[in-house]
Ligand binder design. Structure first.
Ligand code: LCS
Length: 396
C-alpha cells in the first residue's frame, strides 16, 4: 500500500477516505449485524462473491477505517483489529501454527506472551525454543529448516532489549523457507520503526498502549500481507478467539491516533531528560534504555529506531529500595500498562512478569530490583522532581 503522506499527516488523515455522510469524525456503527437486500445477496456475501458487511465479528465499518489506518502506518497490506493485544497475538500464532510445528522466540517478552508460547502452546503440541535472539550462535542453533515462526518484541518488555529485525528476518527466511517472522511493535510504535520494511512478515500490537494512548481502551492489531491477514481474520479471529474489537473502542483509538506523533515526540523528549537524571542519581544502580551508549544493543537501536522511545527500566541498589520508590511516588502513577498520558511506574518481577520463574527473569536480563517506567506527557521537570523525592524517601 502506498504511503503517500508523512507520518504526522497519516495519523490524522489515514488514507483520506471521506465518510459518505460527510462526518469529519468516523461514525460509530454500533451494530452487531448488517441487513441483506435479498437471500441471494446474503449467500453471495457468505460465499465471498460480493463485498459488504455481514456481522460485526467479521467486520464493521468503524473498525475497518481503523484497520486501514494502522495498515498504512505499519506499511502492511492489511490489518485485523482485536479486543486486546493478547487477542491479536494468540489469534495470529494459532492461525499460523499447528500441532507438531516449531517456534523460536526471544527470552524477553511480555509475561502473558511468554506463558502463551512456553506453557500453553506446548499443550497443543507446538514446540517452542526460547533463546536470546541477540546471541547469534544461540539463534542459529535454535533455527531448524521446519521452524514456522520466529517471535520477538522490537523493544522488549521489560529489559528494553533491541533485536536486529533485518538480520533475524534474513537468516530465518534463508534457513527455514516459509518461516514467518512476527514482531510485537507495541513499545516502539510504527513511528519509531516499521518492522515489515525490515523483513518481518507480521506485526502485532497491544493498541492498549501508545496507539490509543489515553488509558481507556484494551485493544490489539495484527498487520501483514492480505494473505496472512485473511487467515488471521477468518481463522484466528472468526473461529478461534472471537476476540473482536467493538466499534466504540475502534472510535476511541481513531481519536487517540490523531495525536500519536505529537505524543510520541513529547514522550521521547521527556524520556531523554528522565534518563539523564537517572544516570546521575546515586541511588540508581543501573539504567535500561536503548538510547544509552552502554546499552548492549545501542548500535542496533541507533540503526533501527528513529527515536529511542518512552520506556525506561532502572534498578535501585536493593529490592527494599525499589519497593520504597514504588510506594513513595506522588505524581507518577503506580499501575501496570504503559504508553499513556500519565507517567506509569510498576514492578515487573511481582506484576507484569510475575508468571516467570526467577531463572526466566534472570535469563531475560533483569532482577527483582527492576522498576519499569513509562514516561508520560507531564512536564519532565515535575516527573524528575517526583522521582527525586521518592529516591530520598527510599534512602531514609
Ligand atoms: N505485547 C506487549 C509488548 C505488552 O506489553 C502487552 C501488555 C501485550 C502485548 C498484551 O496486550 P493487552 O492484551 O494487554 O492489550 N503489557 C502490559 C504491561 O506491560 N503492563 O500491563 C499490560
Amino acid at each position: 500500500m502506498a504511503h503517500c503522506y508523512k507520518e504526522a499527516t497519516t495519523v490524522v488523515h489515514g488514507n483520506h477516505e471521506k465518510n459518505p455522510s460527510g462526518a469529519l469524525a468516523t461514525p460509530i456503527f454500533q451494530t452487531s449485524t448488517f441487513v441483506f437486500d435479498s437471500a441471494e445477496q446474503g449467500g453471495r456475501r457468505f460465499a465471498g462473491q460480493e463485498g459488504g458487511y455481514i456481522y460485526s465479528r467479521l467486520g464493521n465499518p468503524t473498525t475497518s477505517v481503523l484497520e486501514k489506518k494502522i495498515a498504512l502506518l505499519e506499511g502492511g497490506e492489511d490489518c485485523v483489529a482485536f479486543s486486546s493485544g493478547m487477542g491479536a497475538i494468540s489469534a495470529t500464532l494459532l492461525s499460523i501454527l499447528s500441532c507438531g510445528d516449531h517456534i523460536v522466540a526471544d527470552n524477553t517478552l511480555y509475561g502473558c506472551t511468554f506463558s502463551l508460547i512456553t506453557e500453553t502452546m506446548p499443550r497443543f503440541g507446538i514446540e517452542s525454543t526460547v533463546i536470546d535472539l541477540t546471541d547469534e550462535a544461540a539463534f542459529k542453533g535454535a533455527m531448524r529448516p521446519d521452524t514456522k515462526v520466529v517471535y520477538f518484541e522490537t523493544i522488549a518488555n521489560p529489559s528494553m532489549k533491541v533485536i536486529d529485525i533485518e538480520a533475524v528476518a534474513a537468516y530465518a527466511h534463508k534457513v527455514a523457507p516459509g518461516c514467518l517472522v512476527i514482531v510485537d511493535n507495541t513499545f516502539a510504535t510504527p513511528l519509531l520503526v516499521q518492522p515489515l520494511s525490515l523483513g518481518a512478515d507480521v506485526v502485532v500490537h497491544s493498541a492498549t498502549k501508545y496507539l490509543n494512548g489515553h488509558g481507556d481502551v484494551i485493544a490489539g492489531f495484527s498487520v501483514s500481507s492480505q494473505e496472512i491477514a485473511g487467515k488471521v481474520r477468518m481463522v484466528g479471529l472468526k473461529d478461534i478467539t472471537g476476540a473482536v474489537l467493538g466499534p466504540q473502542e475502534a472510535y476511541l483509538i481513531l481519536r487517540g491516533l490523531k495525536t500519536l506523533k505529537v505524543r510520541m515526540d513529547t514522550i521521547c523528549a521527556n524520556t531523554l531528560k528522565v534518563v539523564e537524571f537517572l544516570k546521575q542519581a546515586p541511588q540508581v544502580d543501573k539504567v535500561f534504555f536503548p538510547g544509552l551508549p552502554e546499552h548492549p544493543n545501542y548500535e542496533t537501536a541507533k540503526k533501527e529506531l528513529k527515536q529511542f522511545g518512552g520506556m525506561i527500566g532502572f534498578e535501585m541498589r536493593s529490592f527494599e529500595e525499589s519497593k520504597k520508590v514504588l510506594n513513595n511516588v506522588k505524581l507518577c502513577v503506580l499501575a501496570v500498562s504503559l504508553g499513556d498520558c500519565e507517567t506509569l511506574i510498576q514492578h515487573p518481577a511481582s506484576m507484569t512478569h510475575s508468571m516467570c520463574t526467577k531463572e526466566e527473569i534472570e535469563a531475560a536480563g533483569f532482577s527483582d530490583r527492576l522498576i519499569r517506567f513509562s514516561v508520560g506527557l507531564e512536564d519532565a521537570d515535575d516527573i524528575i522532581a517526583d522521582l527525586k523525592q521518592a529516591f530520598e524517601a527510599a534512602e531514609a
